[in-house]
Structure formats: C-alpha cells, structure tokens
Design a protein around this ligand. Sequence first.
Ligand code: ATP
Length: 916
Amino acid sequence: MFYNQTKDTVLKELKSSRHTGLTNKEARLRLEKQGPNEIQKDPPTPIWKIFIHSFKEPLVIILLLAILLSVISGVYDLSSNGDLKHAMSSFYEAIAILILILINSGLSVWQTVSARKSLDSLKKMNDHQVSVFRDGDWEKISANLLVPGDIIGVKMGDFIEADVRWFKVSELQVLESHLTGESDPINKTIEALSEDTDLGDRTNMGYSGSTVTNGNGYAVVVATGMDTELGKIAGLLNDTPDSKTPIEKTVNELTRKLMYVAGGVVLFTLVTGSLKIWLTTGTFSFTSFTAILSTAIALAVAAIPDALPAVLSIVLTIGATVLTKSKGLIKSLNSVETLGSTTFIASDKTGTLTKNEMTVTRFFANGVDFEVEGRGYDPLGDITLKTEVDSARQFIIASILNNEANVSKNPNGKYVPFGNPTDVALVVLGLKAGLERQDLLNRKAEVDYDILKVFPFDSTRKMMSVVIKSGTEFKILAKGAPDVLLNKSATGTDRDLFEEKITEFAQDALRTLAVGERVITEEQALNAPMEELEQNIMLLGLAGIIDPPREEVRQSVEKLHNADINVVMITGDHAKTAAAIATKLGIISNDGAQVMEGKQIDKLTDDELFNKVEDIRVYARVSPEHKQRIVNQLQRHGEVVAMTGDGVNDAPALRAADIGVAMGINGTDVTKDSADLILLDDKFTTIEHSVEAGRTIFTNIKNFMRHELTTNVAEVLSLMLGLLFITHDIGNVSSNTPTLTALMVLWVNMISDALPSFALGYDVPESDIMSEPPRDTHKSILADGMLRRIIVRGITMGAVVFVAFILAAKSGMRVEEAQTVAFLTLVFGQLWNVFDARSSKTLFHRSPFSNPKLIMAVTFSALSSILVTIAPFFNEVMGTARLNGKLYLAVIFLPAVPLFMISGIKALLLKKNRIK
Ligand code: ATP
C-alpha cells in the first residue's frame, strides 16, 4: 500500500530515485520480470470459427440448397434412368458449387484477418507515449514499456498509463471516473494518507486510464499491466466487437432481400417450368423436371451478388490503410465512408491552419511601441528603441517568468523550441532583450526571483498566472488574452488606449497577449485561491505575435470550396486576428463578415444558434464548450461535420462530431483517443486529402456495386427469357434447357466478374471527384440514377445473351455449344461494362489504362473464361464446349456494341444536360 507511506519511503521501497530515475538496465530487467504494461484482452476469434461462421451467410445457404438439388437430381438420374452422363454432370455441379463455397469462406476469412491486421497496425501507430526519467534523462517511451519504479511526468491532456504515487504536483487535477464513477476531476496531493482511505479518496495516487485535466505532476510508478486497479476490472473493458459500416449494412440488407427474390424466383421457375412441360408435352416426367431444376439452381445463384460483401469489406479495409499513406490515420472503417460525405470542416487555427512558429514582432509596454526584428527561434534581431528597452524590462521579465517554455541550442547550432509556442515566442523576445528565465531564477539578477505556484494556461480561462516572490515582495504575474486581462485589470487602467492597441495589433493578423502583475501579501501568496488572486491586475504591456498561415492551406480551402465543403475556423484567438488570417486563407472573403465570438454564442439559445450556424465561417474567442454546441447545431441541419481539436477539453466535441480530428504531433492523448481521424503531420491539408480519399473509396465501391449488380440483372433476365419464351425445341436444344448452367453463372459471379470488381476498388479518383457536391447520406446508394443504370445495362446485356443463345441454337449447335455462346457473350459483355461502370458518366470519360490492376484483372478474366471453354476438364465439369475461331471473335467483340451505343446516347444527352 503506497498511499499511506511517505513519498520517500515509496521511492526507497521501489528502489528508485527522483534524481536519476531507474537505470535503463534496471528498467529492462524489471520489464523482463514483470512483463509489459498492458491489459490483457480476450483472444481474438479463432480463424476456424470465422470460417464456420461464414456458412451462415444467406448466399451460402442458397448454394448449399443448390448442392442438395443437384445431388437429388443426380441420384434420380442414376437410379431411375441409369443415365450416368447426366448424373455425373449433376455431381460435378455439386462439387464445383462446394468448391466455390469454400472459396467464398476463404474470402471471408481473408477479409476478417486482413481487417484485423490493418486495424491492429493502425492502433500501433497510435501507440501511447509517456515521458519517463531514466539514467538522469527525460525520454519518451511507449507506455507498455513502463515498469514499477519508473519516474514519470504528466501534464494536462495526458493519460496516466500505470498506477502511480505522486511526489510533486502543481495544480494537478485528474479525472478518474472510469474507476470511481466520480465525474469531477480530483485535486492531487503528495502527503501520506491514513490506511483506511478508500480508492476514490487516495489523492496522492494516480490510476491507469485516468486523464490529467489540469496542471502537471511527477510520480513514481507502483503497478503496471494487470496489477493496476484498471487491470483488476479489465474483464469489463474488452474491445467491443467491430461494428459494420453503414454501407456494409446496406449491402448485407440488399443481399438478404435478394435472397428472398432468389427464393421467389426458384419457386416461380419450378411452377412455370412444370406448367410449361405439361403444356408443351402434355405429360410430366421427372427427367424433364430435372432440367427445370437446373434452371432454378442457375437462377438462384444468378440473383445474388455472391462476391459483393467480401469484396466490399476488403476494399474498405484497404482504404483505411491507403489513407495513412496520406498521413491521415483512421481508427474505424466507418470513418472511411463518413469522410467522403463531409460537408463542414471546422478547424482550429493555431498549428493546423497556421505554422505554430510564433515570433513576437512588436510589443507595447510602458506606453511605448517597440518593433522586434528577426523571425523564428534564433534570438537574433534588434528591438527598435533599444535605449528605451529598460522601460519594458518589467514587461519582459513578467513574460518570461510566467512561462514554462524554453529554447536551446542543439549540437548543430540550431535553436529548438520546447513547450507552448506562444510562450516560446516570449522566451525568444527575452533573449533578444538579454533576459533569461534561468538567470532570473538562479539569483544571477539584481533581484531574487522564486516561483511559488503555477496556475497553468487553460483555453477556457484563456490565461495563466504564477505566484512569485520577488526580493521581499510577493506578486502574481498574469498573462493571457488581452480582453480577458482587461476585464480583470485594476482601476485606473487606460482601457481606451489598450483597446486601441489591441485592435491595431489584431488588424495586422497578430496574435495578441497581455501581460500584467499584482502585488499581494504573503498570506495571499500562500493560501488565496486562483479566482481571488487573478483580479485587479496592473497591465504591463501587450505582445503582438505573428503566426504565419501555412502556405498550402489556401489551396486546400479553395479545393474544398469547389467540392462544396464549407470550411470554418474555430479559434481561441481575437476576432480581428482570426478574421485577418481567415481572409488570407480564403475562408472568408471580406473582414468582419461571418464572424462570431464566443460571448455572442453564450447569448444565443440553441434555436437561435441553429438559425445562424450555417452562415458563420469564423468563430473567435471560443472555449472548447462552444465547439460542441456548434457541432450539434450543424448536425441538426443534416450537415456531416469534421471537427479538429487538440486540447483535453476538446474531447467531447470531437466525439460529437461525425469525424473527430486530432493532431498526431501536438494533440493530447485524450483527443487522440476520442478522434476518428488523426493527422499524423498536424496539417489541415491532410484533412482535405483524407476527404478526397474517402470520396474515392466510396465512389469505387459504388462503381463495383454497379458492375456486380448489372451482372446479376443480366443473368436473371437471360435465364427468365429462356424459361418463359422458349416454348418449343430449337434445333438440338430442347425447350427446357436453361440459357446458362448454374456453374457458368457461378463462374461469372465469383471469378470473371469478381476480379475486375476488386480492381475497381483500387481505382484512382476520377479527375473531377473534388468538384462535385458531397454525397447526401440520407439517400440510398442506389439513388441518383444508379438503379436506372444497373437496370438499363442489365436488361440490355441479358437480352443480348438470350438472343445469342437463340441464334446459336437456330444455327444447329449442340446444347453445350449454345450455352457456351451465351456464357462468353455474358462474360465479355461484363468485361466491357467494367469500363463503363468505373465512370460516374460514361465509358468515354476515362482512359481505360489509368488503372493497370483493372487491365490485368480483365485480361485474366478474359483468358481464363476462354480457357474453360477449351480445356476438356472444364468442358466436362461446367458443360462448356469449344467453339470455332470466328465465333470466339464474335462473342468477344459483339457484346461491346450495345454498350457503346448506350454510352453514346448518354454522352449526347449529357451534353444537352438532360440527365445525370
Ligand atoms: P486555436 O483554438 O485555433 O488553437 P488559440 O491557440 O488562439 O487558437 P487558445 O490556445 O485557446 O487558442 O488561446 C486563446 C488565447 O489565450 C490566445 O489568443 C492568447 O491570447 C491566450 N494564450 C494562448 N496561449 C497562452 C499562454 N501560453 N499563456 C497565456 N495566454 C495564452
């Protein structure tokens, strides 16, 4: 029990030191002994279970039924007629269908395993890091390498990654609701507590899985992995099962519906077929019925897009991996789909739209304006009016003492910043004026400075302060947003002058910061609460900080506008600064327009905000709490909102947004955990790329669905036409012969069509994908002409296949030959159709060579489909026959004719803008 011992006893017991930490060697030994700092999860579903599970799919059930029918028909042929040839072909059919079922199950397993793999590797990229003190140095390590005895440091927004005992805290508050149910943050302390203290009251302890909501602290790790309090209740925390994405659900629903259609079609076929036999021959024999049975089986298989669900899931998984290449880390497959339908992107300014390389370029102190030269972190650059810099001394000292940042020279002589960029800018200003924080604190200045307390910066308060002892005096130093400090300023402050300066700085697109101080008593310094101390501030001056916009953002914004996606800036900065930068980036077109401040939002009811929210493009001086209201009201309008956030308080808004976006480099653990998309490079442009990738993936899915479903319509139609309209024998072909055998249909669905579909899933975006409006998520994927296209193409192709069959039969071909003609006509019809399906417009809109994978898949499908008509083995199994050379040419090229005609007509109509 570590909470009832003093911090030094705990450190001693764990054989650790707060001055050096553990040695790396000792940490390694402990890791070997203790195991990694991980919560064990349930083992993933074993592969054999996934395999078995795939047999429950509707498609497989239909296919199993088809096997049963084939076997019955084979057994009947053999036992009653002794017809070995027919019986064998039925058995072949059964075996071939079984093989296809196994292929389908294999695809299912592959899909689940690859999804699991890619999600795991995405999770790994989002590995939690901790600051740990080892061998006398601070370093960042993966949280699962922590061992008991490690010294860690945490700050606002971090997760606590193990159970720890605090030994130094500064305004540290921690949220532990996952263990205690207490929803308010707990203030942490370092003193020993009595033995009977309950878990929720052990304020000197930190527990794995908690989040730091304020301040910072240092602690020694006392338990890791399954030994932590979290580990003890870990059974409750196992991963929730992966849910299906909306489009997967739609497709599953569609497949289910089509299964009923298939069932109906089978019944209809059996009844109509029997009637047809009776009407044409006047008798009814089981032999002729078996022919109807084959038609029924073929139809059942034809009605269902067999490979669709598996191909869909695989393409989505691959999509998520592709996104990481453009530096967008996606956490669930759902987001791939949602990204493509984004209509509003609400982005933070600092760091995302701007470079976050802050430099003070001017300041106003003691009634004088100063200009500062130089950009970046090098402390080189003059301050104009150098002679008067002494008068600004108090302002600069307050700026660097009330500051936790630092710059240091690396071995290459380059200055590198540490800490909050705003603070870094002030540190650099100090160096330019010859003042350094460490010198002040190390008693190298004429006055001794000591920092007694820190009230850290927080984006709701928009300020920070420190309590110091300066010589014999006690003071509070405050710095923050000028309007906030003005409201807390002492009587006698020249408000008008400050307001004027603030506006002047802001109009220059400068980030403004006010700095002030107040003399307090020792008693106040030691005991008064923050709210009481941060009052009556005497303003010492204003700093104007430049934070240049990222160059590439303007172009991204323009691209998003073209794609009808609205871009909104949400910032804690001053309205004028925000508007000036938003104008530079093209987010708004004229200053002042479409800008709203946090305090205005406070005055609005939800309904009033609802009425305005679609027109506002810049929100300034907002707190994280406002973000959630903005998201909610936009969503009430049906908008799909992507929202960025980097601070700990942004987490609820990120969760509320359709796509919560967190920063990979500067974001806190908490925001990363709540986000759907993590920008590995913190750049706004990455959001734009991710949306484009999301749109591409969705369009590709739509394209291959269009392609697959067209095939199904064509197959069902050609079989139905045969069933209904061939009423008497034609040449060698009896009236009961199906246009295609079940195995031919299966071949088309699972092989000759599935491979090109896959390739469509990898297609490059159509050039105009970002010049179209976002997809309406309320509309079915089949809306907007998609169903019409499927039906028109499918009917045409089905009719062509039927006509080919009739012509072949009329020319006196054998049954197998006529069916092979129909089969190849269908295969090549579909292979031509692929090139039409991959364009949102027509065949002529895209170069067929832009997707090499597609060309390869089509070539493979074409060659292998011809092969199955030539190889004797397949002739036997699939009922195909070898054709003559001219006929091959005809079945390859003739099916393209109607497609080119339809595309031609459509292209003409498109020109006249008559249809989509
Ligand atoms: P964004 O929300 O786009 O990231 P932001 O960085 O301006 O913008 P906040 O970090 O919430 O938003 O800052 C709000 C305001 O608080 C700033 O405009 C500035 O005036 C003040 N501020 C920022 N950083 C500090 C700091 N380290 N110390 C004191 N005040 C600060």
